[in-house]
Each structure stands twice: as C-alpha cells, then as structure tokens.
Design a protein around this ligand. Sequence first.
Ligand code: ADP
Ligand code: MG
Length: 720
Amino acid sequence: MSAAALHRPALRPNSAQASMAPMRPQVLNPLFGSLTSLPGVGPKLEKLYARLLDHEAPRVVDLLLHLPSGVIDRRARPKLRDVQPGQVVTVAVTIGKHRPGPPRRSRAPYRVYASDDTGDITLTYFNPRRDYLEKLLPEGEMRYVSGTAEFYDGMLQMVHPDRVVDEAGFSALPLVEPVYPLTEGLALGNVRRAVDSALARLPDLPEWQDEAWVARERFPSFAVALRHLHRPAEPHDIFPENPAWTRLAYDELLAGQLALALVRAHMRRQAGRGSASEGRLRARILKALPYALTHSQQKAVDDIITDLARPQRMLRLLQGDVGSGKTVVALTAAAAVIEAGRQAAFMAPTEILARQHLTTITPLAEAAGIRVAILTGRERGPARKEILDRLTLGDIDLLIGTHALFQEDVAFHDLALAVVDEQHRFGVHQRLALTQKGEAVDVLVLTATPIPRTLVLTYFGDMDISELREKPPGRQRIDTRTIPLSRLEEVEDAVGRALAEGKRAYWVCPLVDESEKIDLAAAQARFEELRKKFGDRIDLVHGRMKGADKDAAMARFAAGETQVLVATTVIEVGVDVPEATIMVIEHAERFGLAQLHQLRGRIGRGSGASTCLLLYKAPLGETAKARLAILRETEDGFRIAEEDLRLRGEGDVLGTRQSGMPGFQIARPEVHGKYLGAARDDAALILSRDGTLSTPRGEALRQLLYLFGKDEAIKLIRAG
Ligand code: ADP
Ligand code: MG
C-alpha cells in the first residue's frame, strides 16, 4: 500500500488501479463506469473530458462532481415590444416567411421572420440546412424561441436561437439551464446531455452523514443535492452557500478528514522505536552556539525531544516565521536520534539552501561529534557513491540534501528522523517517500510560511504543532515602503547611495510569466542595466544557473565582494546573509503576499536597520492595494498568512502551484472553510466509535470515501 498515493488526489488513480481496490460496494458500480459508457461519449470526447475532469480515464462520478459554474436564465418571457437587447429571453412567436440568403453569397444569412401581437423579430442563421429550418420553424405556426435578442439595423433579431420548441416541447424545457466550466472543443450541450445520462445512473445511497447534523443543516441527501445542482430551478440553487452545494462540500471535507485520520491512526500504530537521549550531543551544540535559544525555541525543542523518546511516531510541524531560528531546533532534534545511535535526514527545497544548512550546521556538528554529509543533484559519480556507501554503513549521522535524498538508491543504515524544511515546496508524497526510507521514521516539518490552523488540518491532518512566535533578540523592524515603478530611477539612485555606504542589497526581479525562461530574460535585462550604474559590485543569481555558480555568487555576496544581488525568486527560501539590509522587489503586485513576506525575510537578519522597497505598477486595484498595505503594516507572518488567505484564497498561502498540493474540487475555503473543524471532529468521533467502519453508517462512509477518491485509506483500516 502506498500511503503516498492517498495524498495525491491530484493524480487520481486510473480505473485499472481503482478496480483492483478491494471490495468497492456494488451499489457504486454505475458511478465508476467509464464516461464512454454514457450515450454520446466516444473515445474522442473522452479525451476532452479527461482534460476537463483532470482524470486520465474519467468516470461517471467525476462528471457528476463537476458542478455548474453558472446558469442561463430563460425565464424572462416578455412580449417582443418589451425585449431588451442583450437579454436572454424566451418569446412566443408566430413564424412568418423564410428568406434564404442569395445562393452564391454564402455569407449572407438565412432569415426567418416571426412576430407576436406587439412586434416583429428576425431569426438569423448562418449556413443552415434549409430543410432543417423549414421543419424547425414551419410558417404560420406558433413556436417558443429562446436566446439572446439584439438590435440589428433597427430590427430586433436573434442569431441562432438556443432553443426552438413547440407547446409540448416548452413544457419540458428547463428555463434555468446550468452552465459548466468547459475545455476547448467540448460543447456545453454535450456536457449537459452527458450529465443528464449520468444523473439517470445515480443510485439511491444510504446516508453517511450524522442524521441530526443533516437535519440541523437542512442538507438534502447526496443524490438530491446532485440533482438540484445539475438541474437548478432557480439561479440561486447553484450558489455554493446554499444547502445542496454545502452538503457536497461537507461530504468532501469529511471524506478528506476521515482519510487523514485513518492515515494518521495507521502511522501511529506503526510505532515501535523511541529514540531516548540524555541530551549529551544537544548540550554540546547549545554550548557551541553564540547565542541562547529563545523561549519558544526551547519549548519546541522540549516538545520534540519528548515526542522522539516516545514509542509512537512523531508527526510534528514546526511553524516559525522567516528568521525565527528553526534550523537550530531541527538540529537538536537530529542530535537526539543520533545520540540514540540512529540517523537523521534534513531535506531542503533548493540546492542553495541545502548548502547553506551544511555551512551553518557543520561547525555545530563538529563540536558535537556528529558526522554530516550533503547529497544533492550535484554529487555524482564516485563522490556520490562514497556518500551512499557511508550512509548505508551508518558512517554518516546526518545527511543534508535536496529531493535527491529520496532517490531510490539512497539507503540509510537506520533512519530515525526526517526533517523537511519549507514543506510547502514539496508535495506531501515526497515527504512520505523520505519517511519510507526507514522504519517508523519520525517526521519534523519546518514551515516558514505560517499556515493558518484550518489549512494545517486540511493538508496535514491532525499534526502536532510547535510555533516559534518570537524572533531572536536584536532584530530591528524593517522599514517597508511601496513605490510606483515610475520612480524606478530614484530607487536606483537611493540604492547607489546605500552601496557607497557599504550596504548590501537584494534586487528581486518580477515574475513575468511563471515561466522560468521569460523571468530569467527580465532578470538579465535588469542586471545589465544596473551594472552600467553600479559596475562590478553587482551579481546575478537565477534558477537556471549551475549549482556551483549559484553558490559562488551567493558566497561572493555573503563575503561582501559584491553588494547587489539581482535575483529571480531563487533567493526566496531560507538564504541567510545578515549583512544584507536592502530588498528591492520589482512588480511586487505580481507576487503572493506570503511570498513577499518570505523575500523580505532575507533582510532584517542582522543588527543594521533594513529597508524593503516594494515597486508596483500603478494603478493598483483595491485588493492589490490592501495586500501591499498589510506588508507595510506588519511583519507578523501569521497575520500576513491569514490576510493572504482572506484576500487571495488558499492556493497562494500554501504555494500549491509549486508543490501540486491538491485543492478542493467542491468545497470553497471562503464559503465552507468554517465546516472544516466540524468535519475533523466528526471524523475523530466516527473512528473512536467505529474504528473499522463496519457499522451500517461505517459502511455508508466507505462509500463516501470511494466517491471522493479517498478509498486508498480504506486499506489502512485495522483488521477486526
Ligand atoms: P529560519 O526559521 O528562517 O529557518 P534560521 O534558522 O535560518 O531561521 O535562523 C535565522 C538566523 O537567526 C540565523 O542566522 C541563526 O543563527 C539566528 N538565530 C537562531 N536562533 C537564534 C537565537 N535564539 N538568538 C539569536 N540568533 C538566533
Ligand atoms: Mg530556514
């Protein structure tokens, strides 16, 4: 069983794997058939649906959970005299003469005249089949015609009406029609028809939610909610705030929380090995430090040491703002397991950061007699082999590295602790991959982006949390200013004056495109321009540079050989040059708030007064203004994270785009986030009463897990 797969709903299992899953309840079979089993969906359309539904072999259930994004409201039924241009209307008209376009001028439209007792309308078709229109719109008869009316040459007209029906057809016509998110090549009508056939397959399912809760929230059943959303009677029926959508959102949340709780219970059960330590190594490290731990660092260390000594597995998140001193806490954790004769791994998201950790940690480790090595993509050939050999023999106590650490041929002698820095950059599955390199590996996740509690629950489940809320003493407030890009020249001059005083500055170039290549071009252009002004004192780092070159550039900057470091966002994470006191960020409005906070965290690390200049392109919208204002106001990363969540939604807070961490399909954090706590409590209560999900409600909950793609968790249920 791969717990990793469970954490990757973004890559949902294909149907072949799904069919191997044990005992999917029979009643669900119609929903797990291929979409091609629906009339009108062939292999060609299946490809389009695969893209639309983000599933390589889309199934009926995937389509059913693809909810409308809006409606077309055809309920307006004015007389022709009262029709407003641009309005979607359904009018009852008598069909008049047909006037086909002249035969050789194929671009001239085919017109059909129609009227009611108040006025006239022209129904306009381009390149129609004539016999088809003659049948659809027989002269002299009454028809209901629905579509968008416009004025053309002073005449009311409707180009290609959406619907033309007679009296009988009208009584069956849905006047509020759902609109779905589409993908290129896939027509709305096709999705609607497919959804209709899918709804027809929807079986009666038992209620998996708590009855009292359902009553209190006025939730419709799962099936009724789906029917409601796909066949709205009123436009507001599809609002996420309303009971139908909320019901499904809660289902999704509960499925997620239940799966997380099962994973957690499973991990906890794989218990076994406490790493007890007296704290000899830790004491030596602390003695070698030029400072004392802050109170919250001390508390975090105590929590972690206690966790490590216990036979249960540790799953702990160490949240601390940029510069709050997480590294040394992690190192003391590593020291504890090393003292117990075992090994630790420390995974960083970038090469630069891994090397920097090595630099910081090496003298401390030496003082404690801990054997440290580094493994990244740059260690190759014999050097790499030597590291791997020593690792397997247990001659390395602490291995620092990048994602290279969980390559397949990396084998530890006895890995006890995995420290994962800047977690949101990694997919959760990567974290798990590392933990699978040892037996019941304890996990310590460091995040520099303080994640609001609600999101921690969603993505990490019920992890234990340590927070570093205070900054190490002696830090000064960063003077943060927002300046329009039109004043770039003044900024350059000011930076020039600061350089003359011996100060050091980061200059972060804008995200142009989220494509590394184009971002790089922009950074290079800025670098060239600034070099004309500042000469040799300036350097450039970017993500496409060779690791060694990057390190060299960083090292020159750290040593003061260069004073300006022009960078793409590669310096975002973790880099530590206490002498740098100026941060210029171009096009600050394009960055996520949390990201800006991270970038700013590169300065204000030493004792000198620091300045952060956020250059923006005017004019700024209201939200953009509010976002930048928050940065001016506060350096409290927790507050910034919360505001970021409020202003931009959850994706940015977690940096989902980089890590591919899944969002929700149905639940909207801003609308349904408040239900998350309830879902978590619910999941805990369910498992405490029925840990094997074998009561009737438990059976129903298994169905819920299948429906939301969390059935991998079912395999983790403890037998009997
Ligand atoms: P982050 O939490 O961002 O990873 P680091 O661990 O890189 O922070 O620490 C930031 C800087 O603060 C480092 O230079 C580190 O040596 C220093 N530092 C850490 N803890 C303390 C402390 N208790 N007192 C003074 N300086 C500290
Ligand atoms: Mg760090």
